[in-house]
Design a protein around this ligand. Structure first.
Ligand code: DI6
Ligand code: FE
Length: 410
C-alpha cells in the first residue's frame, strides 16, 4: 500500500454516475482521495483496511448525499452593471429582440464592461461565481463577449482566469468575439469578422487566455457563414468550438456546430432533426439553458425526444448573463430543466456533471470513481431527486475541488 490517503469521507450515500444510465447509488458509502484524485468510491464494508490506517483525515458525514461537484458549462458571469431596467421593459411588453435592435441588450452591457477597470470587473463578477459555488458548482466555464474590442475581450478573459485562482476551482474560458456587432462596425460587418478571425483568435491563443471559441449564431447575432469563417480559423489554431445555436431563430446552428466537431451546441429550442442527427454523429453535446427560456418566457421547447432518440449527450447550464438569464444557481437550472423541459432528475444531474464536463472537453471529472478528480458536493439531502425538487435556498453542505475544501461564502 502506498502513502496514506489524504481524506476519507464515511457514512454517506454516493451518487457515482459510474455508468451511462442510472445514478449508481452506493449506500453506507465511503469516498477517499489522495493528491486530488479519487482512490476509493464504494461501500464502507469494502474498504481495504481500517479508516484511520487508510487516511490521514477521516470524517463521518452522518448519512449525507454526495455527488460529483457540479459543472456549469455555459456562463457569461464576467460583466459590469446589470440590466434590471430591461427586465422591467420586457414585463411591459417590449421584446428582447426589439430592445437589442434599439441599441440596448448586449450592447448596453458592452458599454459598462468597457468602462470598468479590470479590478472593478473582478469585484463585480466574483460574487456571481461564489453564488454558483455555494450551490454546488466546482467547475465553471466563463465566456468573453461583452468587450467587442480586443483589449476588453482579453480583460474579461484575464478576470475569468483570476476568479478561478481566487476561488481555487477550475475555470475554462471561451472567447466569444462574435457575440454582437459593435456599433463602431455597424456598416463593416465583414471587417469585424475578419478582425476576430485574423487578430483576436491568434492573440487569445498566444496569451493562453482562451480554452475554446464560441459565437452567437442568430438573426440578431451572426450568420452561419460568418461563424464558419471564424470557426475555420479556430480549428486551425487547435481551439475547440462551441456555439449558441438555434435559440431564437432556426439557422441550422446545431448542424454548423457538428460540421466543426464542436464540443457543444447550446440552447437548441429551434433545432431541426437534421441538426440533431449531425450532432449525434459528431459527438457534440446538447447544452440546454432553461434559465433563458424561463426569463424570456419562451414557449418553444428544445427537441427532447429527438435528442434522446439519437443518443445526443444532454447537458444543463445556467447561461448566467445580465440579459436573458440572471440565474445564479446551477441547481435551480436543474430544477427548471425538469419542470420546463421534461428532463428526469437523473438526466438533469448527469447534465450538470459528467455531460457538462464533456461539453468542456474535460473527461477527468463528473463521476465519483477512482481516477477522477476529487470534485465533490456534499448535500443536505437524502435522495438525488431532491437536488432537482427543492426550489431556491442552498442545499449544499460542503464542496471540494481537487480534494481541497471550498469556502461557501456566497
Ligand atoms: N447567451 C447570450 O450570449 C445571449 N443569449 C444567451 O443565451 C444574450 C446575452 C445578453 O443578453 O447579454
Ligand atoms: Fe449564452
Amino acid at each position: 500500500m502506498n502513502a496514506r490517503w489524504d481524506h476519507l469521507l464515511l457514512d454517506c450515500t454516493l451518487v457515482t454516475l459510474a455508468d451511462d444510465h442510472g445514478y449508481d447509488l452506493i449506500g453506507h458509502g465511503a469516498l477517499g482521495w489522495r493528491d486530488g484524485e479519487i482512490v476509493f468510491a464504494g461501500a464502507i464494508d469494502d474498504l481495504p483496511d481500517k479508516p484511520d490506517v487508510l487516511a490521514r483525515q477521516v470524517e463521518s458525514l452522518h448519512g449525507a448525499l454526495i455527488t460529483p461537484g457540479l459543472v456549469d458549462c455555459h456562463t457569461h458571469l464576467v460583466f459590469a452593471g446589470d440590466r434590471a431596467d430591461e427586465f422591467e421593459r420586457r414585463l411591459q411588453g417590449e421584446s428582447y429582440e426589439a430592445i437589442a435592435r434599439a441599441g440596448g441588450g448586449i450592447l448596453s452591457t458592452v458599454l459598462a464592461t468597457r468602462a470598468a477597470s479590470e479590478d472593478e470587473l473582478f469585484a463585480q463578477s466574483l460574487p456571481r461565481a461564489r453564488a454558483l459555488i455555494a450551490d454546488g458548482a466546482t467547475t465553471l466555464e466563463i465566456k468573453s463577449g461583452y468587450g467587442l474590442d480586443l483589449d476588453t475581450e482579453l480583460k474579461m478573459l484575464r478576470v475569468a482566469r483570476r476568479i478561478g485562482k481566487e476561488l481555487d476551482i477550475t475555470v475554462r474560458t471561451t472567447l466569444l468575439g462574435l457575440h454582437a456587432l459593435p456599433p463602431e462596425y455597424r456598416d463593416r460587418r465583414d471587417e469585424y469578422v475578419t478582425m476576430v478571425r485574423e487578430e483576436w483568435l491568434p492573440a487569445a491563443k498566444r496569451e493562453g487566455l482562451a480554452d475554446a471559441v464560441d459565437a452567437f449564431c442568430e438573426g440578431i447575432g451572426f450568420t452561419p457563414d460568418e461563424v464558419r469563417r471564424v470557426f475555420g480559423r479556430a480549428r486551425e489554431l487547435n481551439l475547440p468550438v462551441k456555439l449558441h445555436a438555434d435559440q431564437l431563430s432556426g439557422l441550422g446552428g446545431g448542424g454548423l456546430a457538428a460540421e466543426h466537431a464542436a464540443l457543444s451546441a447550446d440552447h437548441l429550442e429551434c433545432a431541426g432533426n437534421e441538426c440533431i442527427a449531425a450532432m449525434a454523429d459528431a459527438g457534440t453535446v446538447a447544452v440546454l439553458l432553461p434559465g433563458s427560456f424561463y426569463a424570456l418566457r419562451e414557449t418553444r421547447l428544445p427537441p427532447m425526444e429527438a435528442l434522446r432518440a439519437r443518443g445526443v449527450p444532454i447537458a444543463v447550464a445556467t447561461d448566467l448573463n445580465p440579459g436573458t438569464s440572471p440565474l445564479r444557481s446551477l441547481r435551480l437550472a436543474i430544477n427548471l430543466a425538469c419542470t420546463l423541459f421534461g428532463l428526469t432528475p437523473e438526466e438533469a444531474l448527469r447534465g450538470a456533471t459528467v455531460n457538462a464536463a464533456r461539453a468542456l472537453g474535460l473527461r477527468d471529472r463528473g463521476r465519483l470513481i477512482p481516477g477522477q478528480r476529487a470534485d465533490v458536493a456534499v448535500w443536505n439531502a437524502h435522495t438525488p431527486s431532491e437536488l432537482a425538487y427543492w426550489i431556491g435556498g442552498s442545499l449544499l453542505q460542503r464542496g471540494f475541488a481537487g480534494g481541497r475544501e471550498l469556502s461557501l461564502r456566497a
